[in-house]
Design a protein around this ligand. Structure first.
Ligand code: SF4
Length: 584
């Protein structure tokens, strides 16, 4: 028996961002269905999303604020956090504190955490677990396009004639995208799929060609492809001349390898290389999908640019069924990027190293100061905790003792940090147990706000369960701490719709088409409109129709409006130290 209308919300597990209908029955059971109207999944769900109803019980939940293992009132906990952070900053400066946040946060949570650290504390020491999976794509996009832009959309996966999957096990990691591709190939069996992965994963079940590349052979492979495209006249000379710069240098760098070097670096034989190169060269509608096998690498950014180089050389960008396509792991890695949730970015895709951007954000926020330089990235942040430079650390919605590399050192660092706050849903994680202050956060079914999926689609997460115990949404916790630190006027939000409206307004502030991320159409969104907000893709400039793809006009966000080829170093590199010569 269903008690009320289903709630339209979004799956919190991966970057596909599937729409969900959640039904709460009178006995409190939660039924989960795919939302047939959501453009990410059109009703499909994978086994993870389908099982969400089994995750909403209160077992293991952190339900009350705690200090030193004792339950305390919210006021006491917030006062302590505010005063400890303020005193640490007063004594040691803004860079003595840090936030480590998460792609599990909603965009509005992320926005206020970033605003507090970068605009009001005056440090950029906020970084996110998304750093570990997405930073290479962000850097690669910015190097090529002048902006962190994913140009394509999911529809491209269905209308492409060739899909190249690089370092991506979609069948497990983005199952609904995999299902969409399987369905498209069922309708058009002539569609070709290539998998480039050292392992023969479950995704290989649907592919026409598997290239079992050596780990880290991707830069060599796509550089050799660039040379092949030039030699076989498969490049788009007009597009290169009108819309790009740096092609000659990139090609010269790519030409540095002979066939023996290519075989050595990629581990692929000539027959496989030829099959892939010829297929890529003759197929205009090509989408190259890449994810963690590309991003999580010592040369992740170069891999991203090696792929983008081939798309720029063939003009396969901004066109239906033709795009490089980075797919995100976490549900809101993209939302985090939009609000500048990394230590080297600024809100609304602005640049922390750019004085004009800093000044613009400072004026918009009416902030006393905006951090003047990049902060510590995730690994460096925990090194700074370990060596005592960071004296107060707030971890939100993530468990770095388990998820960071070199976990033992991370645990030691957190254990020895003078003041650690963790806001989380779960009472006993490996990280929570080292926190002096534990703040109970709202979980998926209790939260309200927005997330952005891999195709730039912003969707609502809507709460359908009451807040249990004294759990509170992350945005509320951050804003209350900000008030205790003396920044009340800038953090006086009543709901996530007000935060979303401010985020939208900042994205459109003095933009005039100069920045890719612009959802200025929503700057005056009301609470009711926010409640009803349907999934949409950015950008949404004021007064303009939206487009589901970017760069359709061949204009990029660099100074000269041209995309940049990247010249890549092809000297073989040892990415594992001699003492540990193993790649997993
Ligand atoms: Fe959730 Fe991802 Fe599965 Fe969709 S594909 S239901 S977003 S885990």
């Amino acid at each position: 028996m269903t008690a009320r209308q289903p709630t339209k919300t979004t799956c919190p597990y991966c970057g596909v961002g599937c729409g969900i209908l959640a039904d709460v029955s009178l006995d409190g059971k939660v039924g989960i269905r795919g939302d047939t109207n959501h453009p990410a999944n059109f009703g499909r769900l994978c086994s993870k999303g389908s099982a969400l109803g089994e995750t909403v019980d209160l077992d293991d939940r952190l339900l009350y604020p705690e200090v030193d293992g004792q339950r305390v009132s919210w006021d006491a906990a917030l006062r302590l956090v505010g005063s400890q952070f303020s005193e640490t900053i007063a004594e040691y400066g803004p860079d003595s504190v840090a936030f480590y946040v998460s792609g599990q946060l909603l965009t509005e949570d992320y926005y206020v955490a970033n605003k507090l650290m970068k605009g009001f504390i005056g440090s950029a020491n906020i970084d996110t677990n998304s750093r570990l999976c997405m930073a290479s794509s962000v850097a690669g996009h910015k190097r090529a396009f002048g902006s962190d832009t994913v140009p394509g959309c999911y529809e491209d996966l269905e209308i492409a004639d060739l899909i190249v999957l690089v370092g991506s096990n979609l069948a497990w990691c983005h199952p609904v995208l995999y299902q969409r591709i399987v369905a498209a190939k069922g309708k058009r069996p002539e569609m070709k799929i290539v998998l480039i992965d050292p392992r023969r994963t479950m995704t290989s079940d649907i592919v026409d060609l598997h290239l079992p590349i050596k780990p880290d052979g991707d830069v060599a492979l796509f550089s050799a492809l660039l040379s092949h495209l030039f030699e076989t006249h498969a490049i788009d000379q007009d597009f290169i001349a009108a819309h790009t710069s740096g092609f000659t240098d990139a090609l010269r760098a790519a030409d540095a390898m002979d066939i023996l070097a290519i075989i050595e670096q990629t581990g692929l034989d000539q027959r496989l290389l030829r099959s892939f190169f010829e297929l890529f060269a003759r197929t205009d509608r090509t989408v190259t999908v890449f994810s963690q096998g590309v991003n999580q690498s010592a040369r992740g950014t170069d891999k991203v640019n090696a792929i983008i180089n081939c798309h720029l050389a063939t003009g396969r960008i901004g066109k239906p069924g033709a795009s490089p396509f980075s797919v995100t792991g976490q549900p809101n890695a993209m939302g985090g990027r939009e609000v500048g949730g990394m230590s080297n970015t600024l809100a609304a895709h602005m640049d922390i190293e750019n004085a004009e951007d800093r000044d613009r954000v400072r004026r918009f926020w009416q902030a006393p100061l905006v951090a003047a330089k990049s902060g510590l990235k995730a690994v460096d942040m925990f090194r700074a905790v370990a060596d005592g430079r960071i004296k107060a650390l707030w971890i939100m919605a993530t468990n770095p003792v388990v998820s960071m590399p070199d976990a033992g050192k991370i645990e030691d660092a957190i254990r020895n940090c003078p003041f650690v706050v963790v806001s989380d849903v779960i009472a006993k994680t490996d990280t929570v147990r080292h926190a002096r202050v534990r703040l109970p956060a709202a979980a998926w079914g209790e939260k309200s706000g927005t997330v952005t999926n891999s195709e730039r689609r912003i969707s609502r997460q809507r709460s359908f369960l009451p807040l249990p115990g004294e759990a509170r949404p992350d945005w509320w916790i951050v804003c209350e701490v900000a008030k205790h630190m003396g920044f009340g006027a800038a953090f006086d939000y009543k709901s996530t719709s007000e935060i979303f409206a401010e985020h939208a307004a900042l994205s459109g502030f003095e933009n005039n088409g100069t920045r890719d991320f612009d959802i200025g159409q929503f700057a005056n969104i009301s609470e009711t409109e926010f409640d009803r907000l349907e999934p949409f893709q950015w950008p949404r400039h004021v007064g303009e129709e939206s487009s589901i793809r970017l760069f359709t006009d061949g204009k990029f966000f660099t100074r000269d409006g041209k995309a940049r080829f990247t010249s890549l170093d092809l000297e073989p590199r040892r990415t594992t130290p001699a003492a540990y010569p193993m790649t997993l």
